[in-house]
Design a protein around this ligand. Structure first.
Ligand code: ADP
Ligand code: MG
Length: 888
């Protein structure tokens, strides 16, 4: 028979490109079925979670023991892994026999024997006194519930010990060791051989995330995203999945490509109907497949002149190693002759060529099928990662794969080394986790600490309010001369200026009362060039007036004189509603000749210089006050204002009798706390961390605004960056490599904290954010970064909540109430856009001020609207006739 005729005869075994594609797609579906909670029970590819969550990163270190049970030999190993920059692995191992009667005896006897072998091995190496961590390669189908807990489903490969199935093999081994009492070990991990292979290769190649075995059997594992693994709780990170892919096809999905030979093999096997994919691929069956083909062809008179011999007719007499030998390039035909002759045949040259061709077809099909399923796995990993091209390594082991001449690839050492590697990784992760937690501990505040912060804030508030103590006080508690909140009867058109936020704006605000009650706004944003921000005061205010003029023209209102409210969000000492002495510039402003001056005066002078229009400046307003007023317009309970944006600050309605800087005992006045400076006296030093100090030191105003620097948008990203740098320096992140990017101040903006913590974001996207920042990270790294972001944001929200608790409780006590219902108006992008900040802050206030029911109301454009409302209220009280322009 010619090669051509053989090819035709075995047509059904030669799978086309399309068929292989089809197989690949079917396997992909099976993977999904195995992963889904509803579909798993009936899935044939079981996709078992292994609880191995990380691959080696090369920094593993230590001395480990490993056991390997379930391969051809039972072995005990000692593996030393060192991370001295060289990544060295040293191994010593010993093979022990497991007598036949033990393989089918009682489970207790088996584990006693294993413990005995371990004792012997440790004795020999003189390490019996050490309690070493141990990894256990146990290559039988197991249901794993933890890294160190594995319940045997059924024995295979000739083992059949009683009372082990359905039990945790780790606790059985532990019992046997304990019973002896002459040594102790720490069993850290049980792994499957595929996982061991992946981990072994992973140590040398960090891209290795697939393990493949093609030996007696075939199986593979790979790193899957936790969020796709329904059977294990948690969505973060990855976990290795032991696919048990040998069972692919057990539900019939491969029936169309299985041949009569495959069916015959299955019928004659120990487990008919099971492991159908494995039976088409693995070493246990490949030789047998060739034999069955030879027999059939001989019977039909197509080979060996129609002769059959007893040897050729005996199951197992054509071994899989013959297939490899015959396919060897040079001596292959001669080998075929030898082997066939040994089987009692008298092969012709043609028979040898035909046999060679049959071997090639069988092994090519095996390789192709294996490739098709592997392609499905790789495609899935690629999709999981959302990358265009995947750079990935497959760790391979198994004698069929290694010995077969047509298959390329290298295997990197015995599987049992993998068990030690799993143990080493688990150890590294545990040690690193502990180290990181210790550092993060300092940023986690207890209930007691938060109560303490609240109490200290209260003391600082009293200091700021008191006549005697005010001068020295850090929390300045500045009177604002805003004495009432809107009552809804306000009306008229007002101009507002907003200076001190991210933008400078001019606004026209129309306030209506009665039936059409509401506020309508028009505004225009103007930039303030840096040379003006940091030039002279005259230049700055001339620029502001120029913008007002432009705005009036734009609105077609030139010549109309409107009352104006000026939101000026810098600390000001006020002696009147329409007067504010600038105490100090912040946020990048530095114009000369302004500090110590009344900003209303500076504005008025500039208006006069221009000689174009006149304005009645009615109020200077802090943004916190504007926010409170805006919310107060909607909700009469709103008596507190809070900003969490670039900076952080708060204001609230205080009793006049407590505002000692202002004459009068009656009624209330809004106090601009300037709480950002809380802690500047040193009273928060016990909770400030080295990271807070580092951020403070490099800021524009070292030692100032310490509370604000732990809370607000301008600083949180920097705190996170400092922690990440520290982790990296200690080798706890980014594999210990500090990049130039990470060293760059300001790269980690606070908006990234929001993005990274966003609930709907997969870890992969966190990774891509980090990548975007120029920070190459692994999956584990992104989990850590996310945790750091969470800890820093949480502390910020809690501190803010503690401050707020002090405020609302003071209001309650001021009024001698057992219970207070109050609303806080809030503004600021951090508060509004961070996914958890507001929730955590609300919870904290609730915990620290149980006698207050606090509602938080987000303000819409507090700085603009608020200034107009304050002006409106002032006009109402002063009885300045209201003016309206345009249609009415
Ligand atoms: P300002 O406080 O200057 O009036 P904002 O309230 O808009 O202005 O706050 C701006 C600050 O908010 C920025 O400095 C930045 O730190 C922070 N920020 C911007 N975007 C986000 C976001 N998505 N999540 C959290 N913080 C953000
Ligand atoms: Mg603002």
């Amino acid at each position: 028979m010619s090669t051509f005729q053989i090819d035709k005869y075995l047509y059904h075994m030669r799978l086309s490109e399309e068929t292989l594609q089809e197989v690949s797609q079917r396997f992909r579906k099976e993977m999904e079925k195995g992963l889904g909670a509803d579909t798993n029970p009936t899935a044939s590819v079981k996709m078992l979670p292994t609880f191995v969550r990380s691959t080696p990163d090369g920094t593993e270190d230590g001395d480990f023991l490993a056991l390997d049970l379930g391969g051809t030999n039972f072995r005990v190993l000692r593996v030393k892994v060192s991370d001295n920059g060289l990544q060295k692995v040293e191994m010593e191992n010993q093979i022990y026999a497991i007598p036949e009667e033990l393989m089918r005896g009682s489970g207790v006897q088996l584990f006693d024997h294993i413990a005995e072998c371990l004792a012997n091995f440790m004795e020999k190496l003189k390490i019996k006194d050490k309690k070493l961590p141990l990894g256990f390669t146990f290559s039988f189908p197991c249901h794993q519930t933890k890294l160190d807990e594995s319940i045997l489903v059924t024995w295979t490969k000739g083992f059949k010990c009683s009372s082990v199935e359905g039990k945790d093999v780790v606790s059985m081994l532990r019992k046997s060791i304990k019973k002896r009492g002459d040594f102790d070990i720490d069993i850290v991990a049980v792994v499957n051989d595929t996982v061991g292979t992946m981990m072994t290769c992973g140590y040398d190649d960090h891209n290795c995330e697939v393990g493949l075995i093609v030996g007696t059997g075939t199986n593979a594992c790979y790193m899957e995203e936790m969020r796709h693994i329904d059977l294990v709780e948690g969505d973060e990170g990855r976990m290795c999945i032991n696919m048990e892919w040998g069972a692919f096809g057990d539900d019939g999905v491969l029936n169309d490509i299985r041949t009569e030979f495959d069916q015959e093999i299955d019928m004659g096997s120990l487990n008919p109907g099971k492991q159908l994919f494995e039976k088409m691929i693995s070493g246990m069956y490949m030789g047998e497949l060739v034999r069955l083909i030879l027999v059939k062809m001989a019977k039909e008179g197509l080979l060996f002149g129609g002769n059959l011999t007893p040897d050729l007719l005996t199951t197992g007499h054509f071994e899989t190693r013959y297939v490899s030998a015959i396919e060897k390039e040079k001596e292959g035909l001669q080998k075929a002759h030898e082997i066939l002759t040994k089987l009692g045949l008298e092969p012709s040259h043609e028979d040898c060529v035909a046999t060679l061709r049959i071997c090639q077809i069988v092994s090519t099909r095996s390789a192709n099928l294996c490739g098709a399923t592997l392609a499905a796995v790789l495609r899935r990993i690629k999709e999981n990662k959302g990358v265009e091209r995947l750079r990935s390594t497959v760790g391979v082991d198994g004698s069929v794969y290694k010995k077969h001449p047509q298959k390329l690839g290298t295997s990197r050492g015995p599987i049992a080394r993998g068990a030690a590697m799993v143990t080493a990784v688990a150890y590294r992760l545990a040690a690193q986790h502990k180290a990181r937690q210790k550092i993060l501990e300092a940023l986690k505040l207890s209930h007691e600490q938060l109560l303490e912060v609240k109490q200290r804030m209260r003391i600082e508030m009293e200091n700021g309010l008191g006549k005697e103590t005010h001068a020295e006080a850090t929390v300045k508690m500045l009177p604002t001369y805003v004495c009432s909140t809107p009552d809804g009867t306000e009306k008229g058109d007002f101009l507002a200026l907003d200076l001190g936020g991210t933008n400078f704006r001019v606004l026209l605000v129309r306030v209506r009362n009665g039936m059409r009650r509401g506020v309508e706004m028009h505004n225009k944003i103007y930039s303030i060039p840096v040379e003006i921000m940091q030039g002279t005061g005259e230049e700055l205010f001339d620029h502001i007036v120029h913008c007002i003029s432009d705005f009036l023209e734009y609105m077609g209102m030139k010549g109309v004189s409107l009352p104006l409210g000026f939101t000026f969000s810098f600390p000001c000492q006020q002696t009147n509603l329409d007067e504010g002495i600038l105490l100090k510039w912040t946020k990048g402003f530095k114009a000369t000749g302004c500090e110590g001056e009344d900003v209303v005066n500076l504005l008025k002078e500039a208006i006069h210089r221009r000689e174009e229009f006149d304005l009645d400046v009615v109020a200077v307003v802090n943004d916190t006050v504007g926010t409170m007023m805006t919310c107060g317009y909607e909700d009469p309970y709103c008596e507190v204002g809070l900003i969490v944006g670039t900076g952080s600050n708060a204001c609230y309605m205080e009793e006049m009798r407590n505002v000692e800087l202002v004459e009068g005992e009656e009624g209330r006045m809004c106090v601009n706390m300037e709480w950002g400076a809380f802690g500047d006296s040193g009273c928060l030093d016990d909770i400030r961390t080295e990271f807070d100090l580092a951020v403070d030191e490099l800021s524009l105003n070292p030692g100032k605004q310490r509370f604000e620097k732990m809370i607000s948008g301008m600083y949180l990203g920097e705190i996170v960056r400092n922690i990440l740098m520290d982790f990296t320096k200690r080798g706890l992140l980014f594999r210990g490599r500090i990049s130039e990017r990470l060293k760059t101040r300001g790269i980690f903006e606070t908006k990234f904290l929001s993005q990274i913590e966003s609930d709907c974001l997969a870890l992969l996207q966190v990774r891509s954010i980090l990548q975007h920042l120029g920070l190459e990270s692994t999956c584990d790294d992104s989990i850590i970064v996310k945790e750091v972001c969470a800890v820093v944001a949480r502390r910020a929200a809690q501190l803010c909540g503690a401050g707020m608790a002090a405020v609302v409780d003071k209001i309650r006590e001021n009024r001698g109430l057992d219970f207070l219902k109050v609303t806080v108006g809030v503004d600021g992008t951090l508060y509004k856009l961070h996914p958890h900040f507001s929730t955590i802050m609300h919870e904290t206030v609730k915990q620290l001020s149980p006698k207050c029911e606090v509602t938080f109301l987000q303000s819409e454009d507090g700085s603009g609207k608020g200034a107009a409302l304050i002006t409106a209220v002032a006009c109402r009280i002063r009885e300045i006739p209201s003016i309206s322009v345009g249609e009415q």
